[in-house]
Structure formats: C-alpha cells, structure tokens
Design a protein around this ligand. Structure first.
Ligand SMILES: [Zn+2]
Length: 413
C-alpha cells in the first residue's frame, strides 16, 4: 500500500514566556546534538568503535541529565532531546550511504555542529511527547504551553509529529506531518506526458506546451542585493544589523512563497490532466555549479519534481524519472536516430530523415517514450511503496526556508 507523508505548515504566535521556553528547548536540543557529535568525532580520532545510537542516547541524555553540568536538560521534554539525536543519526546514515553510493544525488558532507546563530532553529515533538491540538485551537506543547496557531487550513487527520521552527526572520511555525493513503484517486485518463525541464523555458511538454520560467528571484534580486549590501555595512552585533538581517530574510521568504505557490498550481494541473508523468532525471546540483546556476536556482526544478512525485502518489497517478544519460535532445523522435551533439543555442533542427524538430518538444516526446518503455518493462503494477515527505523532516538542513504559505497538501477542484 502506498503511504504518503504530507507536511502542513502553520504560523504560530508564542507569547513572551513561551518564546523563552522555546529558546531553552532549542538550546537543549542543540546541546544534545553537539555533545553526541563531539563524542562520535572523539571516538573516531581515538580509533575506537563507532558509538551505537543506543549507547549515545545513554551518554548524552540519560547520564548527562544526572550531571550538574547538564542538569538543565531536565527542563525540556525528553522527546525533543531524543529527536535531536535522531537527526544526528539520520545525518550520519545519509552521509555513510552517500560515501558508499547507496544514496543518490549530491555527495553529502559529515554532520556539522549546530550553532545558536544558525538561521533556523527547530525542535520536533512526536506522538510520544503527547503534543495536542486543544479544543480552543491552540497547540499544546509539553513544557512550553498552549501556543496560538493561525489555522490557514484544516489538518486532514491526526498528525504523527510536529516540528516547531523559528526562522531567520524571527517567525515561528508549526510543521505537522500527516500520513495518508491515496484515497483521493482521480478519475483515470488516457493522457500521458513527458516533460523537459529546460533553461529557456521552465518546462516543455510532449504535447507542445511551453511553460515560461518564472524569474521571481532575478526580478527581486536587485532589491535583495541592496538589502544585503545594507546588511554588510552594519556593525557586527548591533541592533541595526539585526534589523537589516531580518529584512533580508523576509525578502528571501517572500520569493520562496511566490515560487512555491506557482509550482503548486502547475504541478496540480499536470497531475490532474495526465495518468502518467515522465521527467528527465536531471543532475540539478551539477548544473548548479556552472554559470547557469542563477537560472537553475530560480527555476527550482528539484522542488517542482518532488511536488509532481508526491501528488502522483497521492492521486493514484504514475510518476517516473528517466535516466539523465538518455540522449533525449539529439535523438529524433520520428526515426529514433541519434544525431550529433547540439550546442545550447540550437533551438530547432532537421533530422536526415526529413523531420523538423523544436529542440525541447522533441526532447519531451523522447522522455515520454523512454518513460513508457521503462515502465512497461518493470510491469505496470510496480509502484514505489513510500513517497518521501514533500519537505524534508527538520534537522539536517538548517537553511530550508520556511513560509506561511508552504502548505504541502493540495485539493484538486
Ligand atoms: Zn529522424
């Protein structure tokens, strides 16, 4: 059975006492995380065995609480501490898998120490922590209190965890994880589509549709740049600097919000209109290092394909990535001949067979054909059993932007 994890974000408004309690909890979680990381690094330096997750928990939580130095760990929910440790263990596991090639994508670096000055502070409560949504609409957090929430939409079912986040702009968010099955299956359709994620257009579809790349980031880049220059001129540690930093963070958050809204609309429409969606498995990180970086990051393909993936799972559609070494651009979609490599400025071309091609539409048609062939070879009933949450669980990615509008659940009219 397909289980989909969805994340629902809401702005929360803790009062002064709750903000103090939260900052204490952020501090305790950080201390446990850093203590644990230090022990593992020391063990490695001393050439002794990797400390197991269980032993580590005893050392930095159970035993540490009994010491005078770390007695203050008793002031926060134990679950918060365990979850900080779980973040570290996940970071280590991902790092190891990345080294041995078990994990795809960009090579990951070893876990790093967390800092009080990180842009994003977060703690996570699981069901064990007995957090609750109160009758009065507040969010009850153990040892923090009942925090007011702006419920911009209703939660579809009981959440399995909640992460409380403070972002660089000083805003607080509650991010709930909700598990659901794809019971909202849409009426099936015969349409299938291939998508080429391009540089001149954000996306080009095999049916000939071209979607223009949003240039939100670049349009606001000048403003952002000015704000950043303001920031750099302020004296370190001054009040003015803090204010300028908040302005920069807010500008970033606004861009991220707008881009996410746009991507939600587009991905929802694609999933609604097609039974199967195939995209090229681009090495986005690889491209990101070239001079095309700005445009790639503007476009945000990675978050867009993640949306397609979880929406497909949620609504009973097929989503598949096509091998990125597949010559989708220079293969003729009519005669299947592989032609010579083309430079980026070639937008249309003639195949020796006589066909005339739009570079991107031809690529999208090839992606669709390759996706269909792959899928048929694997058998029509093969489907992934677990789709990752649309946004990463908090912890290992300290600079993920948070926003008031980043609700990952969708409703299809
Ligand atoms: Zn041809």
């Amino acid at each position: 059975m397909v289980i989909v994890q969805l994340r629902y974000n809401y702005r929360v408004y803790p009062d002064a006492a709750q903000r103090t309690a939260l900052s204490r909890a952020f501090g305790c979680a950080r201390a446990v995380f850093n203590d644990a990381l230090r022990l593992r690094l020391q063990a490695r330096e001393a050439g002794v065995k990797y400390i197991s997750d269980g032993d580590l928990s005893k050392l930095v939580i159970t035993q540490a609480k009994a010491t005078e130095e770390r007695a203050w760990l008793n002031e926060v929910s134990a679950v918060v501490l365990q979850q900080a440790l779980a973040d570290l263990n996940t970071a280590y596991r991902n790092f190891f898998h990345s080294i041995i090639g078990k994990r795809q994508g960009r090579a990951l670096s070893a876990p790093r120490f967390r800092s009080r000055k990180d842009n994003r502070q977060a703690i996570r409560f699981t069901k064990n922590a007995r957090f609750k949504v109160c009758d009065n609409g507040r969010l009850g957090l153990p040892k923090i209190g009942d925090v007011p929430v702006r419920w911009s939409r209703t939660l579809p079912s009981e959440p399995t965890s909640v992460t409380v986040i403070k972002d660089a702009a000083g805003r607080y968010f509650a991010s709930f994880v909700v598990q659901t099955t794809p019971d909202e299956t849409l009426p099936s359709t015969d349409a299938e589509i291939g998508i080429d994620l391009g540089l001149t257009h954000f996306a080009v579809m095999s049916d000939g549709t071209k979607v223009t790349a949003p240039k939100f980031l670049r349009r606001t880049a000048r403003k952002l740049k000015r704000l950043q220059q303001d920031l750099s001129r302020k004296t370190r540690g001054s009040n003015r600097r803090t204010k300028a930093a908040t302005k920069v963070a807010r500008a970033h958050a606004r861009v991220a919000d707008t881009r996410r809204d746009w991507q939600h609309k587009l991905s929802t429409a694609i999933i609604r209109d097609n039974q199967a969606v195939y995209v090229e498995d681009l090495c986005v990180v690889g491209l990101g290092r070239t001079r095309l970086a700005k445009s790639v990051h503007d476009a945000g393909w990675a978050s867009f394909t993640r949306m397609l993936q979880y929406k497909a799972a949620r609504y009973g559609r097929v989503f598949a990535r096509v091998d990125r070494y597949y010559p989708s651009t220079r293969m003729c979609s009519d005669c299947r001949r592989t032609n010579n490599k083309m430079t980026l400025n070639v937008r249309e071309w003639y195949c020796p067979c006589g066909s005339h091609h739009d570079r991107d539409i031809n690529a999208a048609i090839n992606i669709k054909a390759a996706g269909q062939a792959d899928f048929n070879a694997r058998g029509a009933h093969v489907r992934p059993t677990l789709v990752p949450a649309a946004r990463k669980e908090a912890g290992t990615h300290p600079d993920v932007a948070c926003s008031t509008r980043s609700v990952e659940g969708i409703s299809i009219p």
